[in-house]
Design a protein. Sequence first.
Length: 148
Amino acid sequence: MPIVDGMTSTKMIRSFEKTHPGIQLSKRASPNGQIPIFAVSASLVEREKQTYMDTGLDGWILKPIDFKRVDILLNGIVDEEIRNGALYEPGQWERGGWFESRKKDPFTDTTPSGQAPILANQPSTTSPEPLSTDPMDPTDLPAKSMTL
């Protein structure tokens, strides 16, 4: 790439996504929660897999490009079953693939947490302590307003 390399470009895109959380993703990208980014190179090495993932890459494909494999990987953007069938497998680096299965959106999980609900505007069950009648008594002030 003439101005920045692929790793830097990926970092820039992920940074933009983090600083613009309200951005509307395309119909195809939205199930992934982010823009899918694949590294395409002849020099990617398996031992650097975690570096690629930490950078924000979703997957990789090596040159020379197998266009049938590219088709499978791109279909993995919208089809979770295809994506899961193209996940990274140790020793199969030359095939290319997705680094991880689709991340579950924490905002759409409807599994009960098991915690009691927090109710707003519920009356307190404790009564306030009586205040002193001495206007100079510092214990007469609410605790949160006593800052030093």
